[in-house]
Design a protein around this ligand. Structure first.
Ligand code: B12
Ligand code: SF4
Length: 506
């Protein structure tokens, strides 16, 4: 008779109160890749709208070696706390492990909350597999690098950090653990999945915690391994791969080789949203750009962040506004639309000791500079794939977060408080509303080819919206937003009629 395997439960809470995310649970799959399946039975459960996943997690945890959650800052914390409370009622002795970006930054707070017994910091694959073995074999956790834990007496112990490893040391992701069809999303009518081909980032922008967690290390999955995963995706009928690396276009030689090999494989796949630093990307030669296009890449993504040079310098972006403009022009030559990301409300040294009136002047300047930069990038063409403008929110673990706290942002006081969004004192609701107008109304309606693209479903109002959106952009005019208000009212009505809820970031 075979020995029954012990169970390891991995779960991923939903990212926001009203929205689910059905992109592949890549972090948990990577962890699972290092767990010995001969010894352990792995249950991987991610939040989904059509089943009682919380009850499932509680049920599976009953006789588990441990139950582990992947956590990013924000709402996932509140949901994980709720799930752990339910588990504890039924299985008070099952060890609870938390890992991911938030807990890597706040191991002490996480353990003090009482909702986690062990925290894995940074890269999780090897650390978590060692934790599982230690728990199963009832060995001490003392000395295991990269973790913090509460010992038998309730004392919090922080073990030394773990060396960041080459991601190629880890086995392929065990996709057989999930029902793959559940993670296929619709992208412009194509069957799409998300993919991450690297970890870390060599840069250190001051608003990002990547450098704090991964110490400016960057490691990329080899082209062989990426292509094996992509072949598997193609076999599953995937047509589009959404690349979500923090920085995919780092090494030109690797990108060039990757594209050549992808072309040679003739997979019926397109890829999209691969991210790169503008300056590095600009230095890629003509051959690489052509290969990127030829290999089925439909668009590329950049962090432009600001139209103000002083702000770009302040956040250590190592980028000039001219380079953003040149980059988008260059991508245009290769017929590669660019998804550009912009932040508004970035606090700079001018905010320190300034009155709200002075801050408003800085924010107006930032807004105007972004519009001018957008005109330079897209003015004539409006041929963007997407433009994303976001209000800066102080996510923790970096210099800009510390500065935001210095100038009035109230830092959350404990783990659960990190689950709630706090007000940004210098950024008014009126400014947030203007961002929404850009994002949901002006950008989508002003796009090149909008009328042709939507001609099938065109109603006269769409035509009017298209022209008012273009005029608003052209003249930088955002007053009397009757068209926008009408658009909102119609959207809300449609949502009510179709029974959909607005996402909570809208
Ligand atoms: C896909 C993605 C999403 C998806 C899904 C998120 C999810 N549930 O994983 C969606 C679109 C929903 C999303 C939304 C948001 N995201 Co997001 N997202 C990503 C992205 C691009 C990829 C995640 C991924 O799959 N990575 C690949 C895997 C392999 O890496 P990993 O998840 O980090 O896992 C490793 C370790 O962290 C660790 N680990 C992870 N989980 C666990 C669990 C255990 C038990 C253990 C032991 C270890 C462990 O081990 C893994 C292997 O080494 C990351 C950037 C990135 N490079 O990771 C941002 C990122 C996670 N997102 C981020 C943010 C800020 C957001 C948003 C708030 C953005 C916004 N302004 O709206 C929202 C809302 C989320 C919220 N909190 O409210 C930040 C999180 C920062 C933070 N402090 O937590 C990141 C890191 C981007 C960044 N560079 O700042 N996001
Ligand atoms: S913002 Fe992007 S480029 Fe800058 S440190 Fe973070 S991941 Fe790297």
């Amino acid at each position: 008779m075979g020995v029954s395997k012990q169970k390891v439960v991995l779960f991923l809470p939903k990212p926001r109160k009203h929205t689910y995310d059905n992109s592949l649970p890549l972090g948990l799959l990577k962890l699972a890749s290092m767990i010995d399946r001969k010894k352990y039975d792995i249950k991987l459960i991610s939040a989904g709208p059509d089943r009682d996943y919380k009850a499932e997690i509680v049920e599976e945890s009953k006789d588990a070696v441990c139950v582990a959650a992947g956590i990013i800052t924000g709402y996932p914390i509140l949901e994980a706390v709720d799930i752990v409370k339910r588990i504890r009622k039924v299985s008070p002795n099952v060890p609870v492990v938390w890992g991911g970006w938030h807990t890597s930054l706040f191991p002490q707070d996480t353990l003090e909350s009482g909702y986690a017994d062990i925290v894995v910091k940074g890269q999780g694959e090897r650390a978590f597999s060692e934790v599982v073995d230690a728990l199963a074999e009832k060995k001490t956790l003392r000395g295991l690098p990269g973790i913090s834990f509460r010992d038998k007496n309730g004392k919090i112990v922080h073990n030394p950090p773990r060396e960041f490893e080459d991601v190629n040391n880890f086995p392929p992701m065990p996709f057989d653990l999930i029902n793959f069809e559940d993670y296929i999303t619709d992208y412009d009518g194509m069957r799409a999945v998300s993919y991450v081909a690297s970890q870390g980032c060599p840069f250190a922008c001051t608003f990002c915690s990547n450098a704090t967690i991964f110490k400016q290390r960057w490691s990329a999955i080899s082209n062989d391994k990426i292509l094996n995963d992509w072949k598997f995706f193609a076999e599953k009928g995937v047509e589009m791969i959404l690349v979500c690396d923090d920085n995919f276009m780092v090494n030109e030689k690797k990108v060039n080789d990757f594209c050549k090999r992808l072309i040679a494989l003739k997979l019926p796949l397109k890829w999209s949203k691969a991210n790169g630093r503008v300056r590095r990307f600009l230095s890629f030669n003509d051959d690489t750009w052509k290969l990127i296009k030829k290999s089925g890449c439909t668009d590329i993504e950049i962090g432009a962040e600001s139209g103000l040079q002083s702000t770009l310098d302040y956040i250590n972006k190592q980028l000039n506004v001219d380079e953003i403009v040149n980059f988008i022009e260059k991508a245009r030559q290769y017929k590669l639309p660019v998804v550009s990301n912009w932040l508004l409300g970035i606090p700079t040294k001018n905010f320190k000791g300034a009155t709200q009136e002075q801050i408003e002047t800085c924010l107006d300047e930032e807004w105007e500079a972004m519009l001018v930069a957008l005109d330079r990038c897209y003015g004539k063409h409006k041929d963007y794939e997407e433009i994303r403008v976001c209000a800066y929110y102080p996510y923790p673990g970096n210099q800009l977060y510390d500065f935001a706290c210095e100038i009035g942002f109230k830092p959350p006081k404990d783990l659960e408080d990190w689950g709630r969004l706090h007000t940004i004192p210098w950024f008014s609701d009126e400014r947030k509303e203007r961002i929404k107008m850009l994002l949901y109304f002006i950008f989508p309606y002003a796009r090149d080819g909008y009328l042709q693209r939507h001609s099938k479903y065109m109603i006269p109002l769409h035509i009017i919206f298209h022209y008012t959106a273009m005029l608003r952009w052209k003249y930088h005019f955002f007053g009397f937003p009757l068209d926008y208000k009408l658009y909102r009212a119609l959207t809300n009505l449609r949502m009510r009629l179709t029974g959909k809820t607005a996402t909570d970031h809208e």
